[in-house]
Write a protein that binds this ligand. Structure first.
Ligand code: FDA
Length: 416
């Protein structure tokens, strides 16, 4: 049988019906562009569904360029200023979705993340978007800039041609719900550079000897300021049976300098050689030295004093770990200064990360230096756009990644 002719009834083809892809398709559709949205998954937008513990932290009231990592740190400014958190909140309110604010300006649905999916689907319907889902993309061809519809996408549901092609297939995190390196391969096909991807917002692992020493602390959660590689975050940290987790650790994991991510699952472990340390201030905002010296004559155990500001079990296990199970008045001042230094900068050397299976996002991706910050279009390939997490733009924890999906999707939707 000969090749079926491509369906030319589209102006824009969007591949990937997640957060960024649906926003892009709906925006282009409202501009009366004829849009086809393709996804290989059987269920729509699984990542939105599981996000924010099922309540989707859909944006943050305090979004700024400083909340994102990218090789090109100014890249995000234009799109974020043209489709703001306020714009998305307005959309949520127009759809009657109730939401609430948590710490640091994070906004969550009151009821369910499914409401955000339903809202985006309804927006796509209003824009007359057509769907090919589930559909497997077999090949993308480019028929030259002179062709009226240069991009031809061949799928198991037929071939489709369009003037604009938007890649919104996300990053590599959580492969079991459909993450693939598809977007990076398309970039490669069209000569668009890719910053090597690696897991981010991910728990860090500790080497076995450290884990053995920390075993009594497993399960302990405490507020810290965690710092690593230029990033510093005041939130909760958690010691697990594999290493370090909790929001503060997920945040600094994006800054953790690591090399050699060559395992397929993105997990890494080199036994602790050559990685950056993570420093935990266990008494954030407190002058530990002044506080300890104030109590230098107390007869009680150091651990009991620490338990005033740290979980009791943690305070005792931490003192035991350091061999500091004495009453305060049995410490020399120099020793108390050493204790204070350790409390303010307890340094642990992770050996790796738990990989894409546990990572919320992917650091790296399509190099933003090769894209227009206004439209997300590849500078050297007119009509080819990249939006959302597939790009080298990674937000902090707290709703910033979805805001990037909305802002970049909207920018491309206005241009494609
Ligand atoms: P997304 O991953 O959403 O969508 C990509 C789409 O492309 C998917 O539908 C996929 O099926 C499809 N696709 C992939 N490969 C394909 C192929 N080869 N062919 C066709 N289709 C293909 N962020 C935040 O701001 N607030 C939060 O609360 C959370 N919570 C959260 C929890 C968990 C557990 C995770 C893993 C992640 C988060 N995130 C988050 C991050 C957030 O989910 C993420 O940044 C966005 O979903 C990215 O949106 P995209 O549209 O770029 O990719």
């Amino acid at each position: 049988m000969g090749k079926q002719p491509a369906d030319h009834g589209f102006d824009v083809i969007v591949i990937g019906a997640g957060a960024a892809g649906m926003m892009c398709a709906a925006t282009a559709g409202r501009r009366k562009r004829r849009v086809l949205l393709i996804d290989h998954a059987a269920r729509l937008a699984e990542k939105i569904r599981i996000s924010g513990g099922g309540r989707c932290n859909f944006t943050n009231r305090h979004v700024g360029a400083g909340n994102y990592l990218s090789r090109n740190p100014h890249f995000v400014r234009s799109a974020l200023s043209r489709y703001t958190a306020g714009d998305f909140i307005g959309l949520v309110e127009r759809h009657g979705i109730r939401y609430h604010e948590r710490d640091w300006g994070q906004l969550f649905c009151d009821d369910s993340a499914q409401q955000i999916i339903d809202m985006l689907r309804a927006e796509c319907e209003d824009g007359g978007v057509r769907w090919a889902m589930p559909a497997t993309v077999r090949r993308i061809e480019h028929h030259g800039e002179a062709a009226p519809e240069p991009f031809v996408v061949d799928t198991d549901r037929g071939s489709f041609a369009a003037r604009s092609l938007v890649i919104a297939t996300g990053g590599l995190s959580i492969p079991k719900i459909g993450a693939t390196p598809f977007g990076y391969k398309v970039a490669e096909q069209f000569g668009v550079p890719v910053v090597p991807p690696r897991p981010a917002l991910v728990p860090l692992t500790l080497p076995p000897e450290t884990l053995a020493r920390l075993a009594p602390l497993a399960g302990a959660s405490f507020d810290v300021t965690a710092a690593c590689g230029g990033g510093s975050f005041r939130e909760a940290a958690l010691i697990t049976h594999r290493g370090l987790s909790g929001p503060a650790i997920l945040q600094v994991s994006s800054y953790w300098q690591a090399q050699g991510y060559d395992r397929q699952d993105g997990a890494s472990d080199d036994g602790g050689n050559g990685w950056a340390p993570v420093t935990l201030d266990l008494l954030p905002g407190i002058d530990a030295q002044a506080w300890l010296l104030e109590h230098a004559h107390d007869r009680g155990l150091l651990a009991n004093l620490l338990a005033e500001r740290l979980p009791r079990r943690f305070a005792h296990a931490w003192c035991e770990l350091h061999g500091w199970q004495r009453p305060l008045n049995r410490f020399r001042h120099a020793e108390l200064r050493a204790v204070a230094a350790e409390l303010s900068a307890w340094t642990l050397m992770p050996s790796g990360t738990q990989g894409y299976a546990k990572a919320e996002v992917t650091l790296g991706g399509v190099d933003t230096r090769a894209l227009s910050s206004k439209t997300m279009e590849a500078r050297d390939r007119p009509g080819l756009f990249f939006v959302g997490e597939v790009m080298d733009v990674t937000g902090h924890l707290g709703g910033y990644n979805f805001q990037w999906a909305w802002s970049s999707g909207h920018a491309a939707g206005m241009a494609a």
